[in-house]
Design a protein around this ligand. Structure first.
Ligand code: MG
Length: 453
């Protein structure tokens, strides 16, 4: 049986995530670390408090000492694991999922999420129920830590030219999406000398302004406000702030891939090295890496695999199409706050606006969609078999789904890790060609579904 999905442990509150379930997660981690020091934190979801406290109850009864960092972004908790010398961490969050969901991300001693092998060890303990339970005199202690946001912000500031950014007095419209970023990003921007206009910067687990996924449709109001006040840039976070999405000075919503390409290009100017990204990233990343004489390594679509691969190859950056970027000089996890500081650093250095910088990058038209199917494994397998029917294939990469490169574009067909769908992605430098490739691939997939009844 599996406990972990692609994003830690997730489920609906009081269905999967009950107090009993949460306290057993705590007991499992106490057993896993043999009663170590654990840091815990939470996002603002209405259920995060009771889940966190149930986890803490399990940890203490299993003999762990616990540092409660209260409400901080996921990357701040991950930084805290290293900073406070803990044996592990737990973040109570369901990131961008709807408010009825919650989840737990279990963090290793090194600040990264558990590898699949570590997850299996954790699952074995959880399902065996063979927990470490200590005697009355060996219970752990609970300590309240109030400076975690400051520790995290100070850590980010070490990696950017604060004086250069401060000189620019950037005007930033910031949408915290009522999430955990409310506790850190406004203060980070203030330290960077920005004039901050903040929206939805009070933590609220009902997410009253818009859903906590910062996609364009959810940011209509934010875009309207940006148009009215013309800031240098607009930023929106997801619920737990491991990601940041940008809107440029001309109020163009930028896709994660565009900021990823900009950051990657800049990193390669600082230092030649290896860039790690997932198989569903835009070819723009590959182009930028080639131009910057770097090396590209592709992984499966998994932030955990990206972080671990980046560490293994000692790479210089790992950008992802969702707007989550890993900066290894800071820590090995996606970090929305660090991404913001780094982008401001690029703006401060370049004398150009964000829209001008984006215009310099390779431009691709991307179309994404998904198709429902009851048998996604079979569909992906059959799609591979029928690839020979497509003319002009130059290259195929099949580490996670099938990414196929043609002369003037490329596509990816990949089964989802969590839902009964197959995802289709097509891109080209021409809008028409991207659409043509997309229709061809979608047609093939639909015919396969029909013919299998
Ligand atoms: Mg997130």
């Amino acid at each position: 049986m599996k406990l972990f999905g692609t994003n830690g442990i997730r489920g609906v509150v009081n269905e999967l995530f009950t107090t009993e379930f949460a306290s057993q997660i705590g007991l499992t981690l106490a057993t896993y670390t043999n009663g170590g020091l654990i840091v815990v934190a939470q996002d603002p979801r209405t259920s995060s408090g009771f889940i966190k406290h149930s986890i803490i109850a399990g940890l203490i009864s299993g003999g762990c000492d616990v540092y409660n960092l209260h409400m901080v972004p996921t990357p701040a908790l991950q930084y805290g694991v290293k900073h406070y010398g803990a044996d592990a961490g737990i973040m109570v969050t369901a990131s961008h999922n709807p408010p009825e969901y919650n989840g737990a991300k279990v963090i290793s001693k090194d600040g990264t999420e558990l590898s699949r092998t570590e997850e299996e060890r954790f699952e074995n303990i959880f399902f065996s129920k063979d927990f470490r339970r200590v005697s009355w005199k060996d219970f752990g202690t609970l300590t309240s830590i109030d400076n975690a946001p400051k520790v995290y912000i100070d850590a980010i500031l070490k990696h950017v030219d604060v004086a250069a950014i401060r000189k620019k007095h950037f005007t930033v419209l910031l949408d915290c999406s009522n999430g955990a970023a409310s506790c850190t990003t406004p203060y980070l921007l203030d330290k960077l000398g920005c004039r901050v206009i903040s929206l939805n910067a009070h933590p609220d687990g009902l997410f009253p302004a818009h859903p906590s996924e910062p996609k364009r449709d959810n940011l209509k109001e934010t875009l309207e406000i940006a148009k009215a006040i013309s800031p240098d840039l607009t930023i929106a976070h997801d619920g737990d702030a491991d990601r940041a999405i940008f809107i440029d000075d001309k109020t163009n919503y930028l896709f994660g891939d565009q900021i990823a390409a900009l950051v990657t290009r800049e990193k390669l100017k600082e230092k030649k090295g290896t860039v790690v990204t997932a198989i569903n990233s835009s070819q723009a990343i590959e182009d930028v890496v080639r131009e910057g004489q770097g090396t590209l390594v592709l992984t499966k679509v998994s932030p955990i695999e990206m972080a671990r691969k980046l560490k293994e190859v000692r790479g210089i950056i790992a950008p992802e199409e969702t707007g989550g970027i890993i900066f290894p000089e800071h820590q090995y996890c996606r970090d929305g706050g660090m991404t913001i500081a780094y982008v401001l650093g690029i703006l401060a250095k370049s004398e150009k606006s964000l829209s001008e910088l984006i215009d310099e990058l390779p431009r691709y038209y991307i179309i994404k969609d998904s198709i429902k199917t009851k048998n996604k494994e079979e569909l992906e397998r059959r799609f591979r078999e029928e690839l020979h029917k497509i003319e002009g294939i130059e290259r195929i990469i099949d580490i996670d789904g099938v990414r196929v490169y043609l002369k003037d574009g490329n596509f990816l067909v990949r089964k989802s890790g969590t839902e009964d769908i197959v995802r289709i992605f097509a891109e080209s430098r021409s809008r028409e060609r991207a659409s043509e490739i997309f229709q061809m691939v979608k047609g093939m997939v639909e015919r396969m579904i029909e013919s299998s009844g």
